[in-house]
Each structure stands twice: as C-alpha cells, then as structure tokens.
Design a protein around this ligand. Structure first.
Ligand SMILES: Cc1ncc(COP(=O)(O)O)c(C=O)c1O
Length: 384
C-alpha cells in the first residue's frame, strides 16, 4: 500500500516513536508529578524532555510555556474561547480549517465576537495588505493557518506577524501543516499562541498536540479545564503558573513519550532535509501530472510557496470514486472531499465537491510518487 495522506496524519511513524511508547508502558507506567517514587519521577522526566524538545524546535522562551493538549483542535479552542470576550474583533483567512472556523463561528453566534474573514486568491494566497486593512482598535486576535491543508499554500506569516506586532492583538498560528517541516520561530515572529498537532509531521501518535503561549497571552488566557495537577493540592483553585494552569488531569503520558521521540527525530534529521525531500517529491508529482488532460491542480506553482499537499480535480469525475479506484487498483491511499475546510474550497472554487488530495511525507519515496503519477495517467484516460 502507498500512503499519501500525511496531511491527515503521518504514516508510518519512525521506530523511535513507538519504541518510546513501548518503553514507557513496559518500564515506567506511572503518573508524572503525582508521586515522589522513582516511576513517577521518571514519567515526569519523559514529559519534561518532550517539552524541552518542542521548546527547541519552536524557539519557545521556556519549556513551561509548552502546554500539552489532545490535538491542535483543542489548542485552538483554548486560544479562541480562553482569550476572546464579547465585542472583540477577530481576523482570519478564508483558507482556515474548521478547527479555527467552527469555534470562531460559535463565538460569533453565542458570545458577540465579530469576525473579518480576509479572502485569499484562488491559489490560496493571502495578501498581508488585506490583513493590515482590516486591523482595528478592537482587534483582539489574528488567527491564521501557516499552510493550507487543501492547497498546501504557505501563508505570509512573517509579514503579517510584523503588522500584528504593531497592535495589541494576539497572533495565533495554526501550525498543523508546517510543524516539523518549516522553521517556525516563536520568539522571532513575536507569536502569542503557536498551536501544534503531534500526529502529523512531528511524528507523534494520535491524541497528542498542544500550544506554546506567550507570557502576556498566558496571563489573560482562561483555563477552560480545571482539575488536578499534582501541584498545590491544598488549594481549591487552579494554579496560576505554567504549565499547570492549562494542564488539568493526567496528561497523555504514553502519547507524549512518543511525541517527544518524534520531535527528537525531527531535530536529529533536520528541518532542511525533511523540507527538501518533501519538496522534491511534490515537484516530481506536479511535473509528472502537469500534462494529463483533464487534471486541474490547485495551489501555487512555485515550490517555495507550498508544502507537500496537492489538491486536484479530474475532468468532472466523482473524486470519491477515483480515490476508491486508486486504492482498489493501485494500493494508493489518498483523501477526497472537503478535508474539513469548506471555506478553503469556497475560496478556490471547489465547493461542495472538493478535491482529490495527495499529501507526501518524509517516508515517501520517489518511486512511490512515480507510481502515483502513472496511476493518474491511466485513470485520467478513462475519465476523458
Ligand atoms: C490546518 C489544520 N488545522 C487543524 C487541523 C486539525 O488537526 P487535529 O485533528 O490534529 O486537531 C488540521 C488537520 O487536518 C489542519 O490541517
């Protein structure tokens, strides 16, 4: 089987990921921060190591500012529901995932938050000037995906971050499609909230993710979940220090053990090497399918402007059927439809049918991509 759905979750995971999980379950097994005995201390060290590696990867100011959640969706909900109040204005792009759009629509409907959705062009590009134009006095938050999970388009976050830094607004970045592939410097960008998911290019297991939070955002951020932290147990109120303020209840220790190993894999391999490999695969794929009659590719042509996610349509064919045939006849796994991003499809003109999405990962090979190209050539002939 050939797996090209790395934008949904990466597969396979490096051996170090599942070895670390096995080690925790077999040899540690205890609850971090909940006891003074060796097993609990060892579990705490595993969590701390994962925090430290994420701090290094994102250049976070301290490991305490790295908070774990079950995925990036929870992290984004934390930011959106924990920072916004009635009357606040929020800016987002028209390429956002439903993990941003749905909580914001909820806040608009139930909490009097006002939204400005800045339109991207049909390749998913966002103009920093368009964002600047809608910044207002009461803009509390700008929330953006770093790269689209539909077209792979990378948004100009450096320029937008610079504009946001001139205001009081919080800048929230959804790095679901870029963490582990592109360099993201929390401090240089002046981010307030970097939301990440663990199970994509950070090579952790499903059920892992989190956020890096700035000191000023952490101060105002309401902890949406309260409960036991293993610290200040004499108090009935949630501790106000990091990371405990935002980590109530037992963390996913086995998942974080895997995530920590996955992040170490990224650090050891190097972002440049990972990006280069994925970029080559994407270029090979795009070049190979360019001349296929009836195939229309979405997203930018320039490799510097995109990650390894390619959306296409095929001459009005039912893309669910094409995906099923790719699997049945060629052993190729891809995703068809809206990829949880209806707004992005409205932007690029593929709503409501969506696209066929190929997303490559570090473990894909050129040979695998060539097989996909050949399969598309053969299938396309049958739909013309
Ligand atoms: C841009 C973007 N944001 C958010 C998500 C949600 O990720 P998770 O399911 O890990 O919360 C995804 C997943 O596809 C994504 O691509």
């Amino acid at each position: 089987m050939l797996y090209f759905d790395n934008a949904a979750t990466s597969h396979p995971k490096p051996e170090v990921t599942w070895k670390a999980m096995e080690h925790y379950l077999k040899h540690v097994g205890c609850n971090p921060g909940r006891g003074g005995y060796a097993g609990s201390i060892e579990a705490g060290k595993i969590i701390f190591a994962a925090r430290e590696r994420l701090k290094t990867l994102f250049n976070a100011p301290s490991e305490k500012q790295v908070i774990f959640t079950p995925n990036v969706t929870y992290a984004l909900n934390f930011a959106i529901k924990g920072l916004l109040s009635p009357g606040d204005h929020v800016i987002l792009s028209s390429m956002e995932h439903n993990s941003v759009v749905r909580p914001l629509r909820f806040m608009e409907k139930h909490c009097g938050v006002e939204l400005s959705i800045v339109p991207c062009d049909r390749t998913g590009r966002l103009s920093p000037d368009d964002v600047r134009r809608v910044l207002r006095k009461n803009t509390k938050m700008v929330v953006l995906t770093h790269a689209s999970n539909v077209t792979g388009t990378i948004l100009p976050v450096e320029e937008i971050a610079a504009a946001v830094r001139e205001t009081e607004a919080f800048f929230v970045l959804d790095t679901a499609q870029t963490a582990g592939v592109l360099s993201i410097d929390f401090q240089a960008l002046g981010l307030d909230f970097l939301a990440f998911t663990g199970h994509k290019a950070l090579y952790g297991p499903p059920g892992t993710g989190g956020f890096v939070v700035s000191e000023r955002a952490a101060e105002g951020l309401i902890p949406l979940v309260q409960g036991g932290t293993g610290s200040k147990s004499d108090q009935e109120e949630q501790p106000d220090f990091l990371p405990d303020k935002f980590e109530a209840g037992t963390v996913n220790t086995v998942g974080i053990a895997g995530l920590g190993a996955g992040v170490q894999f990224v650090l050891d391999t190097g972002l440049a090497k990972i990006r280069e490999h994925e970029r080559n695969l994407t270029e090979l794929f795009l070049t190979g399918i360019k001349e296929i009659p009836g195939v229309r590719v979405y997203g930018p042509e320039q490799m510097d402007e995109r990650v390894a996610t390619v959306s296409l349509t095929l001459n009005g064919a039912d893309l669910g059927e094409v995906a099923a045939r790719l699997e049945a006849e060629y052993g190729i796994m891809v995703r068809s439809g809206l990829h949880c991003s209806p707004l992005a499809h409205k932007t690029i003109g593929t709503f409501p049918t969506g696209t066929l999405r190929f997303s490559f990962g570090y473990f894909n090979t050129e040979e695998e991509v060539q097989t996909a190209v050949k399969a598309l050539h053969t299938l396309a002939r049958q739909y013309c």
